[in-house]
Design a protein. Structure first.
Lengths: 824, 317
């Protein structure tokens, strides 16, 4: 690309070079060997003759200043006659050879073949070199000082246009070589190229962006000083010797910033979203963006996102209310003095503000002091005005945080007075960054939601406080499995039933995790519902069995379900109903561990009941077992996690449960703990549910029951009897309502029911009035029309009492109504 | 209460005439060692309580014959305005004497002589019939009746006879065969009567007893015959004193409404004192049968059981 003289003249540049000396009067005084090779004449034939004789047709050479009289050298082309007569087109370079008085003593004429254009080309090359948009330079390999001197430089900024011979022109201060000269790395490269003779590329990185705005006067320069310098050896074509090093420097500012952006993005991939925490993810983005992209960054999220809820898809409406989640600035320390909104605080963005606009449009918005809306936004908030004034924010970008079509919030980037305004490329970068952060935030949000759901589910599935009931005193424990699985499928429940009875439930869905938990939840709800219908235990389990079969087939037919199991729901359940009036506990089991009972006399035993099939098997009957319990008996219900372990079977486990139950402990809670301590393995592989219930009994003075013959005349007697009983209990205040209820229910039973008919009053936490008959047809609450005679009774009962209901009994049905006991 | 006849007399604080404002109560202790039973004390307390609002005190005479000095003093010296007589026997000389003397009295219980005066009593016939109805409602058809001792029965116009009548009538109304048995007031007789009942009809599934004293024996006899109450055999008492609750299983029976009867007796007495010439009033109380644990559905005689409305889908396959 560039040729330059290594010594004196152009020797070695071309083989067809002839040197001739001519006296000032035009006589050839010297003839070189090159001239003989070029023109064929021997020196003896030419020396002494007029040089013009050699010209073909004696024409004047076309050259500027083509006179030998001038003391200046000249160049030109001419046609010369060869010894054999043919014409040789040559270029002539005449250099005057001056004497001591400054007058030319002769001329040295260098004759080269080739057209005259080559000279123009050479000049053009020089011009091109000088005017190149790329900074070029040459370094001689061996300078006398041993230093690598710059022999020639060129550059787009007009710097170093010294031409051949290269003098240093004053630069504006941003040339690539100026700093490069001082760059040891660059010099090393030059030496290496000179020594090894192989081309190289040297990248001169831009200096680190300065966080202290005062250090660089021109921010643009600070940002764009990145160069790529190509270096190559310059060889002498004749000898192949490396005579110099050529360099070409490219301004790589664009490329550099592109790579910076890429690096930032890559880092965003690694640093943003390291946790499944919404706030943390937002902060990570803010930390990353400052100071590399902006001097201040803030992330505001919709409140719903922070709660883990599902935001509305699509762009957000104008005047959005957002919560500041993270912000960062280039200021020292952990404080972010630039922020106009505190972390966790709420801010409303007016519709014209850049953040609101970007949310509405779903596109990033570039704004700054030249944007009237920006000024309007800033002016609208005192604190914001103060911050902008103080720190000189002049350029902002607002990018929506959108992931999976959902807008989560907005990221705002701002630059202070010390930094140049954002450009379009920055906007793209910001959008990309925000996109990545949004995915991270969305992941975190989804995780938060899932986790909240799981926890809520778990919490809602297991009872915390049992409703008040008088039939049994209970204590319970639930322990999740020790190994990570978290939620499990064990459950227990205490359901108050009508007539002061209570249902005690314990069950176990095989497996762990949310699936088992969800199934457990469904079963628990089902059991509660069925218990509310007041089904006897064996029937209840039959219904539950049906439900499990349906659930299984539903699950199996659900498309795309992860088949992590066979699709079957394995579940066991034990359902017991204890009646404190009769002190009878009726139990039925669906493949569940039998309960253990401790009688008041200290004897402890495993309740013998038919184990029953697992739920979901179907077709097999469940069998109810009745157990009359003395008052104060202690029933222990548990799941197999407690009594079954790797090192022992169920039998042994039950034995140990019996032992633990029998040892005297002051309270039920303490008994629970003692049992768990005695039986629980170090790290239980299965979750464990334990429910203890100490039975109470209602005594004769709390219950009164009468037989009623099916005779309408008996209604009055029944009413009177009830009234007398209330008087005996000191509940005269309840007499009016009770008499009404008794009248209605007894009349209904006599009119629609079947014998035998019974009336029962229970005084416990509430006053319960029950009428039973042998018909299993349950009454319905219906709305009586204006002239209807019937249909009002139950309405009245429903209005007057705090609850009424009906339950099926082995003997028919019972309709009950409950009134609160008068205070005191 | 059924068949209540007496009108309500409003209590007032003091009688206007120059009476003693005292009522006599003839109530001989009948328990062992002549101690008052819980039931008797309930009556004494009930009457005293009911009389107080009327401004009347109570003079208690534990004598059971007309020779009792206190009784004689009561009547002869007119130390009381009127007398409430309890533990009425069929032939009761106290009642005779009172009636002869024209002394105002009210009887709790009744006999033919007392019919001329005011009385309040339990409807034993109705109660016995109610017991039968209760058992029939439960599906029992072979129902026996255990009455008091032969001696008591033969003494005439007492609840023993009334109960028997009520039982027989109810059974006939239900087209069932009545089988009544007399039984001594002791444990051994109870065992023995069960023996007789099951010998006469082994398919018997229920009995109505008017004999509480024999109840323990009846239970024992049933147990000896492998009959569990109430699973296999139902027992219902006509009227039970509080200890019916203390047997196991507690006896289903009508409770004797001591308080109610006491109140009615005092009301009748007040009315009698206010208008001595008014015709006698008789109040018959029929309390409801209190369900305890000695009755259950008939199971051992499926042939006579009424068909259930819906066929029972048994799962015994």
């Amino acid at each position: 690309m560039v040729t330059y003289d290594l010594g004196d003249g152009y020797c070695g540049c071309s083989i067809d070079v002839a040197t001739v000396t001519v006296s000032p009067d035009g006589v050839v005084t010297g003839w070189s060997e090159g001239a003989r090779r070029l023109l064929g004449h021997h020196a003896r034939e030419v020396v002494g003759r007029a040089a013009a004789d050699l010209l073909l047709g004696r024409e004047v050479p076309e050259a500027v200043g083509s006179t030998f009289t001038a003391s200046r050298g000249w160049s030109g082309t001419a046609g010369l006659r060869h010894r054999d007569g043919h014409r040789v087109e040559v270029t002539l370079h005449a250099h005057p050879s001056l004497g001591g008085d400054g007058t030319p003593q002769g001329f040295v004429v260098i004759v080269t073949t080739g057209p005259a254009e080559s000279e123009r080309d050479r000049r053009m090359v020089e011009w091109a070199f000088a005017q190149s948009s790329i900074a070029l330079s040459v370094h001689p390999t061996a300078s006398p000082s041993g230093q690598l001197d710059v022999a020639a430089e060129s550059g787009e900024r007009g710097a170093g246009v010294g031409g051949v011979g290269g003098e240093h022109a004053p630069e504006t201060g941003s040339g690539p070589y100026e700093a490069a000269d001082a760059d040891e790395g660059f010099l090393r490269c030059v030496r290496q190229v000179a020594e090894e003779g192989t081309p190289m590329r040297y990248e001169r990185p831009a200096p680190e962006p300065s966080s202290a705005p005062a250090t660089t006067a021109t921010p643009d320069a600070a940002r764009h000083r990145a160069w790529i310098i190509e270096l190559w050896p310059v060889r002498d074509p004749a000898t192949g010797e490396v005579v110099g090093v050529g360099t070409a420097a490219f301004d790589s500012a664009d490329q550099h910033s592109a790579r910076e952006r890429l690096a930032l993005l890559q880092e965003a991939g690694a640093c943003v979203g390291t946790t499944l925490n919404v706030t943390r993810t937002a902060q990570e983005l803010a930390d990353l963006a400052v100071p590399r992209l902006a001097d201040f960054a803030s992330l505001d999220l919709l409140d719903s996102v922070l709660r883990g809820e599902e935001p509305v898809p699509g762009p957000v409406d104008a005047a959005v209310v957002l919560r500041r989640v993270a912000h960062q600035s280039s200021a020292e320390g952990t404080d972010v003095p630039e922020a106009a909104v505190d972390l966790g605080a709420i801010d409303t963005y007016p519709p014209f503000s850049p953040p609101a606009r970007c949310l509405t449009g779903g596109r990033p918005v570039l704004s700054g002091v030249d944007d009237p809306d920006f000024a309007r936004w800033i002016a609208g908030d005192e604190r914001r005005t103060a911050r902008v004034e103080e720190y000189g924010f002049h350029s902002v970008m607002a990018t929506p945080l959108r992931a999976r079509g959902i807008t989560l919030g907005v990221a705002v980037f701002a630059r202070t007075a010390a930094s140049p305004p954002f450009e379009q490329d920055d906007l793209i970068l910001a959008e990309e960054l925000a996109g990545r952060a949004a995915v991270g935030v969305d992941n975190a949000r989804r995780y938060t939601r899932e986790r909240t759901n799981a926890l809520t589910l778990q919490r809602s599935l297991l009872p915390r406080d049992f409703p008040k009931q008088a039939a049994v005193e209970v204590a319970h424990r639930y322990l999740p499995a020790g190994t990570g699985a978290g939620v499990g499928g064990d459950w227990f429940d205490v359901v108050p039933l009508s007539g002061t009875r209570v249902a005690l439930v314990v069950g176990d869905v095989v497996g762990h995790g949310i699936h088992a938990s969800a199934t457990m939840g469904r079963l628990r709800t089902a059991v509660r519902t069925l218990a509310d219908v007041d089904l006897p235990p064996d029937e209840l389990l039959t219904h539950l069995d049906d439900l499990v079969i349906h659930l299984t087939s539903d699950d199996a037919s659900a498309e795309g379900r992860i088949r992590d199991d066979t699709g079957e729901i394995g579940a066991t359940c034990l359902y017991a109903v204890y009646d404190p009036v009769s002190r009878v506990c009726t139990m039925a089991s669906a493949g569940h561990v039998p309960p253990v009972v401790l009688l008041p006399d200290g004897t402890v035993s495993v309740v013998r009941l038919s184990p029953g099939p697992l739920l979901g098997v179907g077709g097999l009957p469940f069998e109810a077992t009745e157990l009359e319990l003395p008052e104060g008996s202690l029933l222990a219900f548990c799941t197999d996690g407690l009594i079954e372990a790797r090192d022992r079977d169920i039998g042994l486990g039950l034995e140990r449960l019996c032992e633990a139950l029998a040892s005297p402990v002051p309270s039920l809670d303490a008994t629970c703990d003692a049992i768990l301590q005695a039986l629980l393995p170090e790290s239980p592989a299965d979750d464990v549910a334990l429910l203890l219930a100490r039975t109470r009994a209602l005594h004769a003075d709390q219950v009164a029951a009468w037989y009623l013959p099916s005779d309408p005349a008996i209604v009055a007697d029944a009413r009177a009897q009830a009234s007398r009983q209330l008087a005996a209990w000191g509940l005269e205040d309840a007499a009016f309502v009770t008499e009404l209820v008794v009248s209605e229910l007894v009349t209904n039973a006599i009119r629609y029911g079947a014998v035998p008919i019974g009336l029962r009053l229970i005084r416990d936490r509430a006053l319960i009035c029950e009428v039973s008959d042998a018909s299993s047809t349950a009454p319905h609450l219906r709305r009586a029309r204006t002239y209807d005679e019937g249909g009002r009774g139950l309405h009245m009962v429903a209005q007057l009492t705090q609850g009424w209901g009906t339950r099926q009994t082995p003997m028919g049905k019972t309709i009950w109504a409950e009134q609160p006991l008068p205070a005191g | 209460m059924a068949e209540r006849t007496g009108d309500q007399t409003t209590p007032h604080t003091a009688a206007t005439d120059g009476g003693t404002h005292t009522l006599g109560l003839l109530y001989p202790p009948s328990g062992r060692n002549r101690e008052y039973t819980t039931m008797q004390l309930a009556f004494v307390g009930g009457i005293a309580e009911a009389a107080t609002p009327y401004g009347y005190d109570l003079l208690l005479s534990p004598g059971d014959s007309h020779d009792d000095p206190l009784f004689l003093r009561m009547i002869g010296d007119r130390r009381v305005d009127g007398v409430i007589v309890m533990e009425i026997r069929r032939e009761d000389d106290r009642v005779e004497r009172l009636a002869e003397a024209g002394f105002p009295f009210v009887a709790i219980g009744r006999n033919h002589r007392a019919d001329m005066a005011d009385w309040v009593d339990l409807d034993f016939a109705g109660l016995a019939g109610g017991c039968v109805q209760h058992l029939a409602d439960l599906g029992h058809t072979r129902i026996a009746f255990v009455n008091r001792s032969e001696q008591l029965f033969n003494s005439g116009y007492g609840f023993a006879r009334l109960g028997d009548e009520g039982y027989t009538e109810a059974m006939k109304k239900l087209l069932l065969t009545p089988r009544a048995y007399l039984c001594g007031d002791d444990l051994a007789s109870g065992e023995e009567v069960v023996e007789r009942i099951l010998r006469d009809d082994p398919a018997t599934t229920a009995l109505v007893t008017q004999n509480e004293a024999a109840l323990e024996g009846i239970y024992r006899g049933l147990t000896r015959h492998g009959q569990s109450v109430p699973r296999d055999f139902s027992v219902v008492g006509v009227a039970a004193t509080p200890w019916a609750e203390q047997v196991s299983p507690p006896l289903t029976a009508a409770e004797i409404p001591a308080k109610e009867m006491s109140r009615v007796a005092v009301e009748l007495m007040m009315r009698r004192l206010r208008s001595p010439g008014s015709p006698p009033r008789h109040v018959l109380l029929k309390p409801l049968i209190t369900l305890r644990a000695s009755t259950g559905r008939c199971r051992s005689d499926p042939g006579s059981e009424p068909e259930p409305e819906f066929p029972d889908f048994g799962l015994d396959f």
